[in-house]
Design a protein around this ligand. Structure first.
Ligand code: NZQ
Ligand code: ZN
Length: 388
């Protein structure tokens, strides 16, 4: 049964080949000073930076730069960004990049005017912002996280060996996001595939929880089927507009809060993946891919009905003459085959983890309680060992 909820998503989206025109429309709503945030340089190579700066200049903006945001953005980088934003008296933070750049922009937006230590306040104590929040806009160049239409911000503290996400409320969502699927054509294959699995994982984290009959689960089955289909096309031909645009749109819907409304959710795969990344700095979607199947096979007995439904409705497994468990296992086997086919990393060793790290990774893992089984430290160790 659907629980009680409020639904409001304040992010305005501009989608399609002409989406960047939306940036010009939106800029008129903000003051003169724009902090332009981007990553390690891909936007300069592929020309997106030049297009954005041209529009900013045409609208009379003073542009302050904050480049070099790394994948898995760090606490230190956020501190530096706050300094830059303060010096710029930023009226708008414009993130041009993937999830890391968008997440970082949100972290700066809530920390620039924060009098307390932002890491402690938001990422350890999970407090909500009490200071002024600088508006954020996004021009998305890499698809997967859903950061373009949610309040999530994931920051890494290497010193503390923690990678933590805070899901902020709607005041921190981007005010607008520009989604042009063509901007994703230059994303390297490894990152594209990683992003595709991140999308799948977001959906599964919300699907594998609860035993009720819930509209969200039907929506998610549809999103998954479309993702599986489009991913196979995009892997063969990264410039297939139809497939890339479908994937971009699915990513947004996978994590713009809609499908989670009124239902319980899990998020344990993300907690495992984030703990792995805190020790290895590995690519987000790949950490999820490496731990997912050992985790799902471990919890399958506790949620066998849902896993069987997943097998039939998403992977087309025929349930006739089989037990629920057999059907469920066949679904996971089909998922594994697809994961290998599109080229995902299926083990943690390939991501730089080793047996000696496992105790530390267990300690860095936050345990969630919304899934089919609340894991003990020993179970987490076992899942990680199987994922190696
Ligand atoms: O840094 P540059 O040079 O721009 O290169 C990036 C980066 O190396 C490159 N790239 C992006 N767009 C490109 C491109 N290269 C060529 N052409 C383009 N058009 O791709 C690499 C990865 O970028 P990144 O932003 O790190 O990837 P992603 O979008 O997967 O973001 C990952 C981060 O988001 C967090 C992850 O934990 C990770 O820190 N997440 C955020 C969430 C949220 N806000 O709700 C939820 C997710 O579960 C996730 O945790
Ligand atoms: Zn994710």
């Amino acid at each position: 049964m659907l629980g009680n909820f409020q639904y409001y998503n304040p992010t305005k989206l501009y989608f399609g080949k002409d989406a960047l025109e939306g940036l010009g429309i939106e800029l008129s709503r903000y003051g003169k000073n724009v902090l332009l945030v981007y990553g390690g340089g891909s936007v300069k190579k592929n020309g997106i930076y030049d297009k954005v700066v041209k529009i900013l200049k045409q609208h009379g903006k003073t542009v302050f730069e904050d480049g070099g945001v790394m994948p898995n953005p760090t606490v230190e980088k956020v501190r530096e960004g706050c300094e830059r934003a303060r010096n710029a008296h930023a009226d708008l933070i414009l993130a041009v990049g993937g999830g890391s750049v968008c997440d970082y922009a949100k972290a700066v937006s809530v920390s620039e005017h924060c009098k307390e230590d932002f890491w402690q306040k938001y990422f350890i104590d999970f407090d909500e912002p009490t200071c002024e929040i600088v508006p954020v806009g996004c021009v998305l160049t890499m698809v997967g996280t859903g950061s373009e239409m949610n309040g999530g911000s994931v920051i890494t503290n290497h010193g503390q060996k923690l990678k933590i996400g805070h899901v902020f409320g709607d005041s921190v969502f981007p005010k607008f996001s520009v989604l042009n699927p063509e901007f994703t054509y230059t994303v390297p294959r490894y990152q594209m595939i990683s992003g595709i699995y991140d999308i799948m994982s977001h959906i599964l984290e919300q699907y594998f929880s609860g035993t009720d009959d819930n509209t969200s689960d039907y929506i998610m089955e549809g999103l998954l089927r479309s993702l599986i289909h489009s991913a196979e096309i995009a892997v063969k031909n990264p410039e297939d507009y139809e497939a890339r645009s479908n994937i971009m749109w699915i990513a947004t819907w996978a994590l713009n809060t809609l499908v989670a409304k009124g239902k319980t959710t899990d998020w344990m795969v993300h907690m495992l993946g984030q703990a792995v990344a805190a020790h290895t700095d590995a690519t987000h979607g790949m950490t999820l891919a490496a731990v997912s199947l050992p985790y799902y096979r471990h919890i399958l007995p506790y949620g066998v009905q849902k896993f069987a439904r997943y097998a039939v409705n998403v992977w087309g497994v025929c349930a006739e003459g089989k037990t629920e468990e057999q059907t469920a296992l066949e679904g996971l086997a089909a998922m594994e085959e697809w994961m290998k086919k599109i080229g995902l990393v299926m083990n943690l060793k390939e991501l730089g983890a080793n047996k000696e790290m496992l105790d530390g990774i267990v300690k860095s893992t936050v345990v969630m309680t919304g899934g089919y089984k609340v894991l003990s430290a020993q179970e987490i160790y076992g899942i990680l060992e199987k994922s190696l």
